[in-house]
Design a protein around this ligand. Structure first.
Ligand code: ZN
Length: 411
């Protein structure tokens, strides 16, 4: 049975627009499930780019991998895992980065350094290719995908604000920044930052999300990594609260979520200094954790796209984690989270757009992950049709989504 509904354009509460706009020229492996197809795409780029750096993103390690020797045999190359939390780079690629950023680039060989300095590395790539032209083009593409507004979760530097301003895009974003980036800004720029962003763990795809029970495979002891000790996290959050800015904390695994919530709880009297406090992703949150979080006034910013991690990463997550991933029904029906108020939705750019967002919301891997149309609209859309609309065709019999964009005059 097919039904048609008209909804406002998307308000994507979590992405990295400058970084992704810099990737306009890069290869997207997002929908690639086969190594030969990936190699063909890379090969075309090598011809095209003539020895300069080829950048790819969206690599899905559950479908295919390269040996170190294969990677080294290719021209200068950097490939981001779909989560961005791991990077394959060969010696030629390192040489390209070293000429611009110096010997610190050699640290890329250390996965733990990479996870602790993810933001620094993403900024290297953003700065290689970011431009006004690329950003403007990127926002045109976002509109075709149904997105009007997109929050910038990792401000690169002060210049990024200027680029958005020059492109007349300030009203289509708001900026979150790492604490040290924030400290480097001018007083004027600081007023343009909405909040501060911290990471407490890695991601599932790179097996660095901090879990209570280990990842399957390997020697069966890897429980991912916490970025901070408890006292470091408390101190860091405390410093953030001093700024009286909002706070967004990346936590994916149940162990990282536990650490985040218990640390926030200890700081309770001071939390009111932040206009809002969000946990980003919160994929493996338990009912008990969610109950504490909601009482502390913590919002959750989650990504329906990651519901499919339950099948994509069934090779590394135990069955309890697979069924407990993105538990939207528990959060809304049992704990009382309210879409649009304290439960927000976004894409993290993996990928952007209405099609993936709607498919993963309405037809997820597990019924516990399902989001209704009205919940989706509250948590993921603009408040009205002033920017136009998305006419959504939802086919319940084939679980498919189609859409067309309507200009404001047609709504
Ligand atoms: Zn992100």
């Amino acid at each position: 049975m097919e039904s048609t509904v008209t909804i406002p354009l998307l308000k994507d509460h979590h992405s990295h627009p400058l970084f992704y706009s810099a990737f306009n020229h890069a290869i997207s492996l997002n929908s690639v499930e086969n190594k030969q197809v990936a190699d063909d795409l890379l090969g075309q780029s090598f011809e095209h780019r003539n020895g300069s750096l080829t950048v790819a993103h969206g690599w899905r390690s559950n479908h295919y991998r390269w040996s170190q020797a294969e990677i080294e045999s290719m021209p200068p190359l950097a490939i981001f895992n779909v989560s961005l939390h791991s990077l394959i780079i060969n010696r030629g690629g390192m040489d390209c980065l070293r000429t611009r950023y110096g010997n610190i680039v050699d640290q890329l060989a250390d996965p733990e350094w990479y996870e602790n300095n993810l933001r620094v590395v993403l900024n290297w790539f953003a700065n290689l290719y970011a431009s006004r032209e690329n950003l403007s083009r990127f926002f045109l593409e976002l509109r075709d995908l149904g997105i009007h507004y997109v929050e910038e979760m990792l401000l690169v530097d002060e210049n990024e604000i200027q680029v958005f301003q020059d492109c007349k895009l300030l009203d289509r974003t708001r900026f979150w920044s790492a604490p040290d980036t924030f400290q480097s800004l001018s007083p004027q720029a600081k007023t343009q930052v909405h909040g501060l962003k911290l990471f407490t763990d890695g991601a599932i795809g790179s097996e660095s999300a901090a879990l209570n029970r280990p990842f399957q495979g390997g020697n069966g002891t890897n429980r991912g990594m916490l970025i901070y000790t408890e006292s470091e996290l408390a101190q860091t959050i405390d410093q953030c609260l001093e700024t009286e800015k909002s706070l967004a904390i990346h936590a994916i695994g149940d162990r990282a979520i536990e650490q985040t919530i218990s640390t926030l709880k200890k700081l309770t009297p001071r939390l009111s200094r932040a206009p809002e406090i969000r946990i980003e992703h919160a994929q493996l949150i338990t009912e008990q954790q969610a109950s504490v979080a909601i009482d502390l006034g913590i919002k959750l910013c989650m990504q329906p796209n990651f519901s499919s991690d339950s099948t994509n990463y069934a090779d590394r997550l135990d069955s309890g984690y697979c069924t407990g991933n993105n538990p939207f029904r528990m959060l809304i029906d049992q704990v009382g989270y309210t879409p649009g108020e304290n439960l927000l939705l976004g894409s993290d750019g993996m990928p952007h757009g209405i099609k993936s967002a709607a498919k993963n919301s309405f037809f997820p891997d597990f019924p516990s992950q399902r989001i209704s149309l009205s919940e989706f609209t509250a948590a993921y859309c603009l408040d009205d049709f002033s920017m136009g609309a998305i006419r959504l065709k939802v086919d319940e019999s084939s679980n498919t989504i189609d859409y067309e964009m309507l200009p404001p005059s047609d709504v």
